[in-house]
Ligand binder design. Structure first.
Ligand code: BEZ
Ligand code: FE
Length: 306
């Protein structure tokens, strides 16, 4: 018997078999105002439907997924971006960065931006103190900003931010009344930059939200290998957002956000108290040094997208 509410299967637009359903949703974007929007949405629907069919998602699993995404939205605010963290731990951030930062092989590779950048960091004189009270083993960091042909880039803005010896960024401390472990410098005529800070250490990404639950369910660790963030801007060059990693860190091969590039792994040298530092001073405690050149790709003009 064919009842009036549910007509014979396959005869109604509301009663489509799986493949036809997918096609109908894809076709629903035919009237989109932007061709690029339509391309993205059709592909998203195709892959989303294929994923759900492949794993034969149960209704309980679908509800669990909705709950996860709801919690991700609820914990996100001006200070906490759980969506970006989710993108990071799923490798999406690094995939997007890789696709959008195809550079000459000589150029320094890009990696994740992370949630701890703050606008308006203090200006630090070349050779000055960027730690500004951050605890840790003193570390003198220096290098040059150059183009891919080795040309020095004078006047480049080098923005730096890093964790302290306890694995925390300044913004993670309640009530801290100044910025520390961050600052910006401008390169000298030879493209040189240098400053004192502290030796970075490995630290966990925030795990008190749904992304932490995901990592725990997967048996994955939350650690990021010790690194210093750099963002370099200069006229005529592509902006560089990257890290320099400590080559001795045990987490280099299981970075929670897949941000490590072998070209970004550097050697921090360690020196005893009383050794002369590269700036001619003789610190009365042990200290470390890092030397790393930041190589900028020339600016490419991207055509406007419709
Ligand atoms: C960071 O290195 O600051 C970072 C990057 C991605 C997620 C969390 C932290
Ligand atoms: Fe970081």
């Amino acid at each position: 018997m064919v009842n009036s509410i549910h007509p014979a299967r396959g005869t109604s637009a509301a009663d489509l078999a799986d493949a036809a359903l997918t096609q109908a949703v894809i076709d629903s974007f035919d009237g989109s105002r932007s061709a690029r929007f339509a391309e993205i949405m059709r592909s998203l629907v195709r892959h989303l439907h294929a994923f759900i069919s492949e794993v034969e998602l149960t209704e309980d699993e679908w509800f669990a997924g909705i709950d996860f995404l709801t919690r991700t939205g609820h914990i996100t605010n001006d200070q906490r971006q759980e969506w970006v963290l989710l993108s990071d731990v799923l490798g999406v951030s690094m995939l997007v960065i890789g696709l959008n930062n195809r550079k000459p092989p000589e150029a320094t590779e890009s990696t994740v931006f992370g949630p701890f950048f703050v606008e308006g960091s203090p200006h630090v004189e070349l050779g000055g103190d960027l730690a500004r009270g951050a605890v840790g083993r003193p570390c003198y960091m220096s290098g040059r900003v150059v183009g891919v042909d080795g040309t020095p880039v004078p006047g480049a803005r080098v923005e730096v931010w890093q964790s302290d010896d306890d694995g925390f960024y300044d913004v993670q401390y309640d009530g801290l009344d100044h910025m520390q472990g961050r600052g910006h410098l401008f390169t000298d005529d030879d493209g040189g930059w240098r400053f004192w800070s502290v030796l970075p250490v490995a630290y966990p990404i925030p795990t008190d939200g749904p992304v932490g639950d995901l990592l725990a369910a997967a048996g994955r660790g939350p650690m990021r290998p010790a690194h210093v963030h750099f963002m370099v801007t200069a006229d005529g060059y592509e902006r560089l957002i990257t890290h320099v990693f400590d080559g001795t860190d045990e987490h280099l091969h299981n970075d929670a956000v897949f941000g490590v590039r072998s070209s970004l792994i550097a050697t921090f040298d360690h020196h005893e108290a009383g050794t002369e530092a590269p700036d001619g001073s003789t610190p009365d405690s042990g200290f470390s040094t890092l030397e790393f050149d930041l190589v900028l790709a020339p600016k490419v003009d991207t055509p406007a997208q419709s």
